[in-house]
Design a protein around this ligand. Sequence first.
Ligand SMILES: [Zn+2]
Length: 278
Amino acid sequence: MNWKLTSIVVIGFVLAVVLSLPDNTPYTEEALVLPSCSAAETLVTTDIYFYVDDEVGKNFDRNRAVEMIDYANQVLSNSCIPLRRQLAALQYVAINDEKARDQYAMDELTDLGTSQPWHDALTDAIGSEQLRRHLNKKTDIYVAVLQDELSVIEDGTLGFVNIFRDQFVGLSEKAPIRALEHELGHLAGAGHSGSAVTNLAKASLLKFNSKAQPFSAQAVTCANAGTIMMSHSEIALPIYSSPEARYRNKPCGHSAYANNQQVMLNYANRLAENEAGQ
Ligand SMILES: [Zn+2]
């Protein structure tokens, strides 16, 4: 091999290695370009009720709840969604997590969705009258905070929704700050980056709420960061996917298939219409 060819091969090899290295550029707020919001719309406020399992205790306190709410509101405001989250109450209750786990393990849930046992356990804890009060107010969201991830669903899940309960969220005590708005996004119909699971959820949710537009849009990764509905990104951007948002000059959405911002806007409008009609 002559020296020129050798050096080309070596340079080619070095280039290939560089191109395959993970992009570890740290997050900078300046690199995030937000969509521009149009004229102010009427804000709808959702009241978030946290029901924390007694066993979790101080591992999930009011400060933690406030952090989650603040982050959620930052995401909504960054994404021009006329919707805000408000901490209505945080209460410690005895949730029979063990019974829920047993039910889950017994696989009796084919028709109800995998998180139904935790919804049942929460209903036992707060009483059906309190549950009815929440269900009568579409802007109420009730959140069960459960013992660590192994107690919830044994695959490391830190947050979940139930496709038949559009006001219920389950969180592990170890759920990251952004998990609340991520799960609330699901309740509004926002999706991940597309999978058989979300298609299944879409079919089931549509059966119960024909006006919903569930999972019609996806989350995206732009540069090395993910929008709020990307659950596994190390760098999480405080925005819903939108073709108007950019990070490090890369679009954070697509008008045809990655526009969770539009899904959230539709949801906010449905809630506002519902409020006006009451
Ligand atoms: Zn998710």
